[in-house]
Design a protein around this ligand. Sequence first.
Ligand code: AMP
Ligand code: GLY
Length: 423
Amino acid sequence: MNVLVVGSGGREYSIGLALKKDDNVKELYFAPGNGATFNLGKNIEVSNWEDLADFAKENNIDLTIVGPEAPLVEGIVDIFRDKGLTIFGPTQKAALLEGSKIYMKNFLKKYNIPTAKFLETSSIEEANEFINTLPEPIVVKADGLCAGKGVIIAQSKEEARKAADEMLSGKAFGEAGKKIVIEEFLNGYELSVFAISDGKKYVILPAAQDHKRLLDGDKGPNTGGMGAYAPTPLINDELSKKIEEKIIAPTIKGMNDEGVPFEGVLFAGLMIVNNEPYVLEFNVRFGDPECEVLMPLLKTPASELFYKAATKDLDSLNIEFYKKYAVGVVLASENYPYGKSKPAEIIVDEIVHKDLAEHAHISYAGVSLIEGKLYATGGRVLVCVGIGDSIKEAREYAYLLTGQVHFAGKKYRSDIAYQALKS
Ligand code: AMP
Ligand code: GLY
């Protein structure tokens, strides 16, 4: 089949890598792709989703897979479906699970799905009243999409009142912050769980852990994610059963009952408190860099998984994963996440050790091809992924590979997967 992947990050590159080794895939396209995806397929320029759908029709694309949330929230799935195309991802309505925190929180409340106690409001008086009832710290969130920056963990009530005021006045996030959610702080550890659903059935992928902070030891500012690994031992059978029964199953069923079946990747950002899962957020797409460590573990051909999910046929899928571990270390550019960095040429040493070549690879993200040379031009530049029989082995391969990749200003965390190796 011919497949089109929408997006330009490491996530989309890793989906591309999985499709590349899949014998069912004939032509592979990326829209817009990055400076390295053209090694896997063809890059297509995008002006709008209507035109991209026309491109898909004209080029006999059998399956389109959408990576990032923005096109989903903008309704790319609805546009493609209207033209009779098969596309993997949630409709614009279903994407509200990520696009609006208020929609999500009210949905969770209605279906008794565990989440932090909260208030949605657009009034500063109401906000202050609720803030007064909560213990510190207090979490203040903008309703809309703010590129991952719309969440403030306020250490004091005063700080919470200030954050609420700045959001509601439009000063902090413009329109996206004119409605807010205030919620209790949950103290536990975070876990990302991914389920792929065709609207009714779902399959749950191995649990992954992301590392959101910039610096070792989970210090420094929040980022899009500095590294991930899977499967994580932070989840046992008992917890995984609770996550399925209390979170994933009722969410898929609830969305159906709402008349908005959820098709695509349901990314549940969970906080585990005393061995009980609570939903912090939903995303309607794969996490990045979580996707980069999940895709290499997938034994089932990627095209089969995504095609069946996009055509309400997951019933007939027997999903299999390799009994391996994957660790991904993000190499970011100098000024990430504060600002742009000067483009820097990327040099990758020849990998002479067969062992390393077999057990590690790069998933390219913020890279551009300039006069035939690959440059680091984005915040998160690439992910070094190691695969092994243990987390320790996978991590060694990933870090060995980081030593073979060079660009000015390269920075990365040296402790990815530390929580899994603590004991
Ligand atoms: P969100 O975008 O809602 O997932 O929030 C971003 C990050 O803020 C999460 O990954 C958590 O680290 C933190 N966070 C959000 N909500 C809470 C909460 N209620 N309690 C504790 N930490 C939270
Ligand atoms: N790595 C977290 C995210 O993709 O949102």
